[in-house]
Structure formats: structure tokens, C-alpha cells
Design a binder for this molecule. Structure first.
Ligand SMILES: CC(=O)SCCNC(=O)CCNC(=O)[C@H](O)C(C)(C)COP(=O)(O)OP(=O)(O)OC[C@H]1O[C@@H](n2cnc3c(N)ncnc32)[C@H](O)[C@@H]1OP(=O)(O)O
Ligand SMILES: O=C([O-])CC(=O)C(=O)O
Length: 373
């Protein structure tokens, strides 16, 4: 069951073709190039998903090893970029840091020609965790970290840079799954931003920088941070119910719930929820997990609204010691793959994206002289 067409927000209207992803085709499902998200999250790594999205098919063992080796070799940051990151204050929003980091890299390693799109994307994929962690550790801890690690996987590499030590097997696994879940989602707002930019034949860094700006908002990627702010002070299940009831009575939006396309559930939720539960057990304090479950039940009972991908990411990331303000930048590290794959697709069959508008302004009228206004 698809959502009915309602003019505002282009909801339900097709804005182009894609071979990358289906969202809610049967009311709930999510596939990347034909593979179900649950199977991908269970059987492959994020680097394999990145390869699938960017190059068209899953890699074989040799291709995967070569891809991992390439990505590992691209984790270092140029001095000019580090110098810029060191200027950004500690109280800046980390999504603004990502936006600046991407844009600065675009100045230093400009995509001169579309034939470079694959290499430029791989570079961003390898460099994004370095950018956010370099800035975070410098601005918050006063240390200039070395951004190259031996971690095979991007998720583990991110946690390693953030915490200064290699993560546990469980944390590395959850980060990997999280990156898979966030990688691609058809014509969501940030991806559409990237495609609109690509349709003018602009460069990759401009497309990605614009997409970061769209992802930043709390109605899109910023919801994982907003969900954490919602649950962090909930003492127990009863308190969670009381807080939510009050918010609903005040007609407030509850971040991490609802979706523009899915009607009954977001298939990514069950997966990250399961990992959040495992992390809670390991952490030895399941308050955040339990209040999240209470929120989920209440929202379904009261509003028939379900958790989207962001809600249980809040507790999961928190259990891994990730500061709340870094939640949405992790989404960037993952969704870059989807954005870039859409840029490639747009470029391969391009027509400038330029819809029309229904005019609601005044009728045609003469311009009054300055003294008559
Ligand atoms: C990875 C991601 O980006 S997933 C999305 C992350 N964003 C959030 O979690 C923010 C909270 N959710 C929302 O704001 C919305 O559900 C969106 C932006 C995701 C989708 O927006 P829409 O497609 O316009 O929502 P939809 O048409 O289903 O809304 C139906 C009704 O439910 C309400 N509603 C939807 N989501 C919520 C929510 N989270 N809390 C309270 N009410 C909600 C809407 O206000 C609307 O009410 P109305 O008919 O009285 O105006
Ligand atoms: O599809 C959307 O509108 C938002 C979303 O869930 C995503 O981008 O992952």
C-alpha cells in the first residue's frame, strides 16, 4: 500500500527513475539493487553495500579486499583541511563541520571531470570519519589525532578514532549494521537535493555538500539526535508515557516517529532495535532501551505512528559512547554512498530538474514610483 498523493511536499509523485532502491513497495520493504535490507544487514558488511551501490553489484572476495585496501589508504587528511578544521569552534554543530569539511576537500581535490566521480567518492567515504573525528578530538580534547588506522571496516575505524582505541567486536558489528541501514533510501530529501544539484552538471562535492545541509534538519537525519534528547531524561517507562502524552496533547512532533513513505513500519527499525537491546544488556543498564520500547508502544496505541530508522539508533549510539551531537554525522558517513550513486545515475541520464510552481501571488500590476509606496 503506497501513501496517497497529496500535493504538498511532492508526496506520492514520481520525480524520476532509479535502479538503486525500493522503499515501501509493499507498504514496508526496503531493497538496495534488489537485495532486502534485512538480508544485507545480516550477511554482508557496509563496504560491500557501498560497492554494490556505487559499482552496481556486490564484490567478490578479491574485489572486496582491493576495495578495503583502497579505502584504508585514503583515510589521511591534507594539512590545509586540518588547518580549517582546527578553526571551527567546539560549540559548532558537527553537521556544519561535515559540510565545511566536504566543501574544503572539494577545493583541494576538485572533481575536474566526471570520469573521476568514483575515485572522488571513495576518497570522501574514507575521509568523512577522519574529518569529523579530527575536529571533535581537537576541539574537545585538544589532541591532533592520527586519522589512519588498520581497521578493515569504516564503522570500527570511526569508533577507533573517536575513542582512541579499537572497538569491541559487538560495537564494530553494530556500527557496521548501522551504516548499512542508513546507506540508501530512494528520493529522500537529502538525496533529492544531491540529484537536483547533479542535474545542473555540478561537481560531486557540491552535490554532497548540499545533501549534508538537507540531512541536518530534525525532520530528516537530525531526528536521531532529537530522539536522544527526548529519551535521555526519561526515568522509566511510566515517565516516558507521561512525557509523550503531554507532548502529544501539546501537538508536538515526536522525533524518530512517522515516515513520508512507509505506512505501517520502517524495516530498519526492527534491526537496529534488536542491536540496541543487545547493547543494553552488555552496557548493564537498560533504562534507555526500556523507555524507548515504552515510547514505541504508546505512539502506536495513541497515533498509529511507528519508529523510523532514527529512533532506536539514539539508544544504540549512546550505549557505544558516541556523543549525541555526532549521531547525524555518522548518517552522513553512510548516506554518502546513496547520494553519490544517485549523482552517478542522474549524470548517466540527465535532464535538468526544474519543476513548475502553482502561482498564488497577486495579479499582474504596475510598479509604483518610490514616493508612492
Ligand atoms: C531517516 C529519516 O529521515 S526518517 C524521518 C526522520 N524524521 C523524524 O523522525 C521527524 C518526525 N516525523 C515527522 O516529522 C514526519 O513523520 C515526517 C517528516 C517523517 C513525514 O512527514 P509527512 O509525510 O508529512 O507525515 P504524514 O503525512 O504521515 O503525517 C500524518 C499526520 O501525522 C502527524 N505526524 C507525523 N509524524 C509525527 C510525529 N513524529 N509526531 C507527531 N505527529 C506526527 C502529522 O503531523 C500529520 O498530522 P495532521 O494530519 O494532523 O497534519
Ligand atoms: O526516505 C525518507 O524520506 C527519509 C528516510 O527514511 C531516509 O532518508 O532514510
Amino acid at each position: 500500500m503506497t501513501k496517497p498523493i497529496g500535493g504538498a511536499g511532492l508526496r506520492g509523485q514520481s520525480a524520476g527513475e532509479t535502479a538503486l532502491c525500493t522503499v515501501g513497495k509493499s507498504g514496508t520493504g526496503l531493497t538496495y539493487r534488489g537485495y532486502d535490507i534485512a538480508e544485507l544487514a545480516d550477511k554482508v558488511s557496509f563496504e560491500e553495500v557501498a560497492y554494490l551501490l556505487l559499482k552496481g553489484e556486490l564484490p567478490n572476495a578479491e574485489q572486496l579486499q582491493a576495495y578495503r585496501t583502497k579505502l584504508k589508504s585514503l583515510r589521511g587528511l591534507p594539512q590545509a583541511l586540518k588547518t580549517v578544521l582546527e578553526q571551527i569552534p567546539a560549540d559548532a554543530h558537527p553537521m556544519d563541520v561535515m559540510r565545511t569539511g566536504c566543501s574544503m576537500l572539494g577545493n583541494l581535490e576538485t572533481e575536474a571531470d566526471f570520469s573521476e566521480q568514483g575515485d572522488r567518492t571513495d576518497r570522501l567515504l574514507a575521509a568523512f570519519p577522519s574529518i569529523i573525528c579530527y575536529w571533535y578530538r581537537y576541539s574537545h580534547d585538544g589532541v591532533r589525532i592520527h586519522t589512519e588506522t588498520d581497521d578493515e571496516q569504516i564503522g570500527a575505524h570511526f569508533l577507533h578514532l573517536l575513542h582512541g582505541k579499537a572497538p569491541s567486536e559487538l560495537h564494530a558489528k553494530v556500527m557496521d549494521v548501522s551504516l548499512i541501514l542508513y546507506a540508501e533510501h530512494e528520493f529522500n530529501a537529502s538525496t533529492f537535493t544531491a540529484r537536483v544539484c547533479a542535474s545542473t552538471l555540478s561537481d560531486l562535492h557540491s552535490c554532497v555538500t548540499g545533501a549534508i545541509g538537507s540531512l541536518r534538519g530534525p525532520l530528516h537525519g537530525g531526528a536521531n539526535e532529537a530522539a536522544m534528547e527526548l529519551i535521555q531524561d526519561m526515568k522509566d517507562e511510566q515517565h516516558a508515557v507521561a512525557v509523550l502524552k503531554q507532548k502529544l496533547a501539546n501537538k508536538e512532533k515526536i522525533m524518530g516517529f512517522g515516515h513520508a513513505i512507509y505506512r505501517e513500519s520502517d524495516p530498519r527499525n526492527a534491526i537496529i532495535k534488536g542491536w540496541s537491546q543487545k547493547l543494553a544488556e552488555e552496557f548493564g543498564d537498560d533504562r534507555l532501551y526500556k523507555v524507548s520500547v515504552a515510547c514505541e508502544s504508546l505512539m502506536w496505541e495513541e497515533k498509529k505512528l511507528f519508529c523510523n530508522a532514527d529512533f532506536f539508533h539514539a539508544s544504540a549510539y549512546h550505549y557505544m559512547g558516541i556523543p549525541t551531537k555526532l549521531f547525524t554525522p555518522i548518517f552522513v558517513c553512510s548516506r554518502l554512498t546513496g547520494w553519490a550513486a544517485h549523482v552517478f545515475e542522474q549524470r548517466a541520464n540527465n535532464r535538468i530538474i526544474r519543476p513548475s510552481a502553482d502561482y498564488t501571488g497577486p495579479e499582474a500590476r504596475p510598479v509604483p514610483a518610490l514616493g508612492e509606496r
